[in-house]
Ligand binder design. Structure first.
Ligand SMILES: [Zn+2]
Length: 572
């Protein structure tokens, strides 16, 4: 006998009295419950997807698939199977179990228990928040919620010993203060944190825009425990307090306004060393979100920027950036690397340490302690058929010679060198022992640079400079009506200090530059003498259009971006 295939659309009202008539076939309660299930499913999927990305969970995609799959299967059954309420209940249970399993994974990756999910404390907090219940009368919120989490070493969690130690230390004053220290530093745009012990206190100093600023000191006992926590986080040996050590860790910085956004990761380089008074520590903060990726963001004159583009875009040559420590040399070279098509070219960097990650680039960390020197690594890199090589620093004869040879044999080489101005970098290379003719044939250009602090736009003040002062600076006196200066300078502690700059009068930095391009004429001048005549070469370079650092800085003074004091301080 032929029986028609009967599919029971259980979502619709098959309560025995089908049809109702007039086309109203939908069970209203069931429809609403099904929609509720759909919404719950969507939010679960969304949450798991966001969260697994934020925590960079390796099995993230699998969790996504499970979440999607459960819902899809449940939904299908809801429509197909005749037992609506049974399936609906099963689906809810499945989602709850899944949420709990995922929450366990989530919790295992976050050390701060106050951020753990689906725990009794979490439910209590939710109750307090949404139902206005008070579970802990007369008691404040546990600890201060500092939006910083220690993550561990770059690309990995802590080893089990440190993890154990840290989970025990979590509630300690030292741990909370370490988090607070990091958070304050990040909020104040600090690049380096210095912790220096004296007899009774631990001094805290921040480097902001290149300037050291003393902070409130800590009691020595507390300072020592903060130092210990940070040593464990960076996986240093806490029993060793004299010998210099270095390490690193990452911390996740959450945005307190958007606690769900996941925040961003910051790298910290830690260096400790013993002093008479005790162990001191310097933390260098490398905020990946502040990495500059284009020459356009460096504050270069358009002419210099275009000249650099030509130099770094050439198939071979040596491009050097010079200046004192902290002059932003590596930032400029990172931006130059971004100018290069890293898909079609083989780009290799040798750095000490690797500061920022660059996509499509082989980045190698040089570490003299473990026998990886610039020169040694450079030799092996040259065997890997590179097109562009970035060498962190040239400071010995061997590296200098290999770099010059590489530049002459069809490679584009970028590096930094320690010298005061662009033309002196040339002399420095020759001093290191490279033959002048090799230098002249390989070098394509040298960029000298400094970072100057920018005036705080909120509190800078205009003033009319005297004609004399203008004349001294070679300014067109008739065209300049006013210049700007820092009003709040030296009034950091004043009560009405400007909030935007913390009373320093400056906020942020920009570069001043001089670009020395090696032309044929200059090449001849270098080769003609065993020791180059720096003065003569500088004169020639200026004749060919080079603007000196100080002159370049005056452009920023006229624009009102920085002050004469600042340019003079930096370009001494
Ligand atoms: Zn200000």
């Amino acid at each position: 006998m032929f029986q028609p295939v009967f599919i029971s659309f259980s979502l619709f009202a098959f309560d025995g009295d089908f049809p109702h008539g007039a086309g109203w076939y939908v069970g209203f309660t069931r429809l609403i419950m099904a929609l509720f299930g759909l919404l719950a499913w969507c939010s679960l999927c969304q949450w798991i997807d966001d969260d697994q990305r934020e925590l960079e969970i390796a099995d993230g995609p699998m969790w996504n698939m499970i979440a999607l799959g459960t819902g899809a299967l449940g939904g299908l059954l809801l429509f197909m199977a005749p037992w609506f309420w049974f399936i609906w209940f099963l689906l809810m249970m499945a989602m709850a179990v899944e949420a709990k399993l995922y929450a366990n994974l989530h919790n295992s990756m976050i050390r701060d228990t106050s951020l753990h999910l689906l725990t009794p404390t979490h439910f209590k907090r939710l109750g307090e928040k949404y139902l206005r219940l008070n579970f802990s009368p007369g008691q404040g919120v546990r600890g201060r919620n500092i939006p910083v989490m220690f993550v561990g070493k770059r690309g990995g969690a802590h080893n089990s010993d440190s993890a154990k130690f840290l989970s025990k230390a979590e509630e300690s004053v030292g741990y909370q203060l370490a988090l607070e220290l990091i958070w304050n530093a990040i909020s104040m745009r600090v690049t380096d944190i210095h912790l220096e012990p004296t007899k009774d206190e631990t001094m805290v100093r921040f480097r902001i825009d290149g300037m050291m600023k003393a902070q409130e000191p800590m009691e020595r006992r507390i300072g020592d425990s903060v130092l210990n926590i940070l040593k464990v986080v960076a996986e240093l040996d806490i029993t060793e307090k004299r010998k210099p050590q270095d390490g690193s860790f990452q911390a996740r910085i959450l945005n307190p306004d958007k606690p769900k956004s996941g925040g961003r990761l910051c790298d910290f380089r830690v260096a400790t060393s013993g002093s008479v008074a005790g162990e001191k520590m310097v933390l260098r903060i490398l905020d990946q979100s502040k990495a500059i990726s284009s020459l356009d963001d460096l504050g270069l004159r358009p002419k210099i920027r275009d000249q650099i583009r030509v130099i770094v875009g050439a198939p071979h040559g040596l491009f050097l950036v010079c200046g004192p420590t902290g002059a932003g040399k590596s930032t400029t070279l990172y931006a130059s690397l971004h100018e290069i098509d890293r898909f079609t070219k083989n780009v290799i960097t040798l750095e000490n340490p690797v500061e920022y990650a660059i996509s499509n680039t082989t980045q190698i960390e040089v570490n003299a302690k473990s026998g990886k020197t610039f020169a040694g690594e450079l030799r092996s890199v040259l065997r890997q058929d590179p097109d562009v090589i970035y060498i962190g620093e040239i400071r010995d004869k061997e590296t200098a010679e290999i770099a010059c040879q590489a530049a002459q044999t069809g490679h584009m080489v970028f590096s930094t060198i320690h010298s005061n101005d662009a033309v002196s970098a040339l002399a420095r290379l020759i001093e290191l022992g490279v033959d002048p003719s090799v230098v002249s044939n390989s070098l394509s250009g040298v960029l000298g640079q400094r970072l100057v602090r920018k005036l705080c736009p909120k509190c800078k003040e205009k003033y009319t400079p005297s004609q004399e002062a203008l004349k001294k600076l070679n300014f067109p006196a008739d065209r300049i009506k006013f210049l700007c200066r820092a009003a709040g300078e030296g009034k950091e502690d004043a009560e009405n200090a400007c909030e935007n700059c913390g009373g320093s009068g400056y906020r942020g930095r920009t570069g001043v530059y001089e670009l020395f391009v090696i032309t044929d004429k200059i090449r001849e001048m270098i080769e003609s003498k065993a020791k180059p005549n720096i003065q003569q070469i500088t004169q020639e370079a200026i004749k060919e259009g080079m603007t000196l650092l100080f002159t370049d800085g005056l452009r920023q003074v006229i624009a009102g971006d920085t002050s004469i004091n600042e340019i003079t301080r930096v370009c001494k």
